[in-house]
Design a protein around this ligand. Structure first.
Ligand code: HEM
Ligand code: ISQ
Length: 154
């Protein structure tokens, strides 16, 4: 695959912007997941006892940030090496967490759409199809790595 320097720069620049308001964008990201797939709520342990999506929930924030950061990291690797290298232990761990939570392949499209909507919200006028394409490509590679790991586990 080809991942250009421009694409890498777009991903890094947009993360720098969203990073400035983590509570806001992690909540937005998560709310979008639930808007697209309401039933996904029950998979998340930190939401099981609440009706509302909690603002500033430490787990929600930490996990949401990790999704963004890992996608960013994937973009960098795609540009540098043309492939994705996530530490084996990390992948194994994420594979097992998602498998145990009941995550299925179609959910990965839901999370991608939610990620894209969050970028749109955060970037405003700086958002465009090129930005979306760069994030989508990086996300797809990361998602594939996790899905592959999930399939090797059962
Ligand atoms: C947990 C990342 C896709 C649902 C997590 C955690 C991370 C993560 C870092 C926290 C693990 C921990 O430390 O406990 C990612 C990445 C994804 C992805 C990078 C895609 C590239 C998905 C999808 C779903 C999902 C598609 C389904 C809607 C969950 C659930 C948990 C979780 C239910 C457990 C949360 C809890 O109960 O504590 N994910 N995830 N994830 N993720 Fe994802
Ligand atoms: C876990 N996995 C994927 C996406 C997420 C978004 C918000 C909080 C936790 C998440």
């Amino acid at each position: 695959i080809v991942f250009t320097e421009k694409q890498e720069a777009l991903v890094k620049e947009s993360w720098e912007i969203l990073k400035q308001d983590i509570p806001k964008y992690s909540l937005h990201f998560f709310s979008q997941i639930l808007e697209i797939a309401p039933a996904a709520k029950d998979m998340f342990s930190f939401l099981r006892d609440t009706d509302e999506v909690p603002y500033n929930n430490p787990k929600l924030k930490a996990h949401a940030v990790k999704v963004f950061k890992m996608t960013c990291e994937t973009a960098i690797q795609l540009r540098e090496k043309g492939k994705v290298v996530v530490a084996d232990t990390t992948l194994q761990y994420l594979g097992s967490v998602h498998l145990k939570s009941g995550v299925l392949d179609p959910h990965f499209e839901v999370v991608k759409e939610a990620l894209v909507r969050t970028l749109k919200e955060g970037l405003g006028e700086k958002y465009n199809e090129e930005v979306e394409g760069a994030w989508s490509q990086a996300y797809d590679h990361l998602a594939l790595a996790i899905k592959t790991e999930m399939k090797q586990e059962d």
